[in-house]
Design a protein around this ligand. Structure first.
Ligand SMILES: *Cc1c(COP(=O)(O)O)cnc(C)c1O
Length: 364
């Protein structure tokens, strides 16, 4: 065939299948499939977004300077080592592009964030999926998988879709076992809602290592998924590389002040985290009481295990939820599980009620 030819590895890629956002026959389904934050954004962020409307004829500040300084102030970090992106997915992708290519290996967990394998394929690198341990990343398994070709290790901590996490000492043990030329990326998309005391998203390790980057997002607990803002904290050298290859105006004029207002509204975040903590526990208790296997979560969703056979499977539960107007996440890698985001109080109670009916209903 003639005509333009994409890289072989791109032509061979399976297209990404997004989570459902509609169900036939249901008018306004409730979407609990993308881990958006039901508590909602800070009103100050919404106001800042509206105020920015007048400036839309201008390009944004190229280096997201005010936003970087706002993040640095709140989290007590060095603004020069921060970079902002079009969501943290943007930065994760830039790291893959800057540090890997065809022939290189990228390690991640078998049950982990689905962006890693997709973007690994996009650059022609080879993904190495390591089985999880107790639903979190397996430190020893990852260390055993490192080869001469390994360039990058991703750990989503807490893990998506399982909600499990690794404590700071386990992350330090992982880092200590990695060769110094392997980049360790700690994806803290859910860092803000972790309540475990022995957790650290990674900033302490970033400050004393030359091969660690922590990524964070405004999409989850800050409830700004639609704005597309994320950030990373890393060694100067790495941040410098990312600044070379990123798009020059990657965070929009409205997104920069809105995200800055959101990060400064610490009271709002605290309230959102308290709400999440309360409902994560209540949903875990409610569904466990039905005999379902709920993975202990430190995130803003829970992973629920259903019987593999019979009339109470995850597939049938998913259909039943859909029929009642609720969309949750079915996972091809975990066919006996559903991932359910924490919603509003009313939605969470409805999920428990629907699944109670499903589990107790008479066999068809
Ligand atoms: C949601 C999520 C992200 C964030 O994506 P954005 O591009 O910032 O919206 C990153 N990593 C994990 C593990 C996630 O679940």
């Amino acid at each position: 065939m003639s005509g333009p030819k994409a890289h072989d590895w791109i032509a061979d890629m399976a297209p990404y299948v997004p989570g459902k956002s509609s169900v036939s026959g249901v008018k306004n389904p409730v979407k609990l499939s993308s881990n958006e934050c039901a508590y909602g954004p800070s009103p100050k962020a919404v106001q800042a977004f509206a105020d920015a409307a007048e400036t839309m004829l201008r390009y944004p500040e190229g280096g997201s300077d005010k936003l970087r300084h706002a993040i640095a102030d709140v989290y007590k970090l060095d603004a020069d080592r921060l970079i902002c992106g079009t969501g943290s997915g943007d930065i994760l992708t830039l790291l893959i592009h800057a540090y890997t290519g065809p022939g290189d290996e990228i390690i991640y967990s078998e049950y982990g964030f689905s962006l890693y394998p997709v973007q690994t394929e996009a650059v022609g690198a080879t993904g190495v999926a390591v089985p999880n341990k107790n639903w979190a990343a397996d430190v020893d398994g990852i260390l055993a998988a490192v080869s001469e070709d390994t360039k990058l290790v991703f750990v989503d901590n807490p893990n998506n879709p399982t909600g499990a996490y690794l404590c700071e000492r386990e992350i330090e043990r992982l880092h200590a076992g990695l060769p110094q030329d392997v980049l360790l990326v700690l994806d803290g998309a859910y860092a803000e809602c972790v309540t475990a005391k022995d957790y650290c998203a990674g900033e302490r390790l970033v400050e004393r290592a030359e091969n660690v980057v922590m990524t964070r997002t405004f999409s989850k607990m800050y409830a700004l998924a639609g704005l597309r803002v994320g950030w990373a904290y890393g060694p100067r050298r790495i941040v410098d590389m990312l600044n070379r290859i990123r798009m020059p105006f990657n965070v929009s004029v409205s997104a920069q002040p809105a995200a800055a207002a959101a990060v400064q509204d610490e009271d709002h975040l605290r309230a959102s985290v308290a709400f999440n903590d309360e409902w994560r526990a209540a949903m875990t208790a409610g569904l466990t009481a039905l005999g379902l296997d709920v993975v202990t979560s430190q995130a803003n969703f829970i992973l629920v295990g259903f019987p593999a056979e019979g009339d109470k499977t995850a597939n049938l539960a998913n259909q039943f939820l859909n029929e009642h107007g609720y969309i949750v996440r079915a996972l091809s890698v975990l066919p006996d599980h559903l991932r359910i985001s924490v919603g509003t109080a009313e939605q969470n109670n409805a999920v428990i009620a629907i699944l109670t009916e499903f589990m107790n209903g008479s066999p068809q």
